[in-house]
Design a binder for this molecule. Structure first.
Ligand code: URA
Length: 208
């Protein structure tokens, strides 16, 4: 599955604003949701439709409605919460499955500390959201977990992706499409994306 870098002017403009070091928490948070919504728009543009006849103001009219799988949005704690409302603005009926992944400092492996998955995952499209795809560890662990729970169709939505993380996710899960507002240059020695956004969780929650 390919990686999609969404080069829409609105996305590029908003992401450019987010890169400013002096941006307020409020603006960073708002822009995370807005870019999350724009990524969603792109990520679901192939959803199937079916015709239905409804009563319109001037009589019967044939319209279209979504006919495919239902959607679950999967924010990876904690930063993924920063994109959640943006996604739900466009897909208000989606169910939310929350996943918490942390790195075990001894084994350096990604470990799940919380999972609250919705039911019927085999009949749902999962949109996994996390602002930063850095090493890919959390994303891979989340996709593993969703697949173990029966989910068969998964897409990943991230604000910024590092080539290293893309590579790892694509080789672990070649069936998962990744939608990113930007593919940045690289990871630094501390695992931060360059030029990146800094610590997205801290900037969304105002913890720094
Ligand atoms: N997580 C972040 O918040 N930022 C990075 O650059 C990498 C991981």
């Amino acid at each position: 599955m390919p990686i999609h870098e969404i080069r829409h002017p609105l996305v590029r403009h908003k992401l450019g604003l987010m890169r400013r070091a002096d941006l307020s928490t409020k603006s960073f948070r708002e822009l995370s949701q807005e870019v999350g919504a724009l990524l969603t728009y792109e990520a679901v543009k192939d959803l199937p439709l079916e015709p239905v006849t409804i009563r319109g103001w001037a009589g019967d009219v044939e319209v279209e409605k979504l006919s495919g799988k239902k959607v679950t949005v999967v924010p990876i704690l904690r930063a993924g919460i920063g994109m959640l409302d943006g996604v739900l603005t466009l897909i208000p009926g989606a169910r939310v499955s929350v996943v918490g992944i942390a790195r075990n400092e001894e084994t350096l492996e990604a470990q799940t500390y919380m999972e609250r998955l919705v039911g019927e995952l085999d009949q749902r499209l999962a949109l996994v959201i996390d602002p930063m795809l850095a090493t890919g560890g959390s994303m891979i662990a989340t996709i593993d977990l969703l697949k173990r729970a029966g989910c068969r169709e998964i897409r990943a939505l991230v604000l910024v992706a590092a080539p290293e993380g893309i590579e790892r996710v694509m080789s672990a899960h070649p069936d998962v499409a990744i939608y990113a507002a930007s593919i940045d240059d690289r990871l630094n020695e501390n695992g931060y994306i360059l030029p990146g956004l800094g610590d997205a969780g801290d900037r969304i929650f105002g913890t720094k």
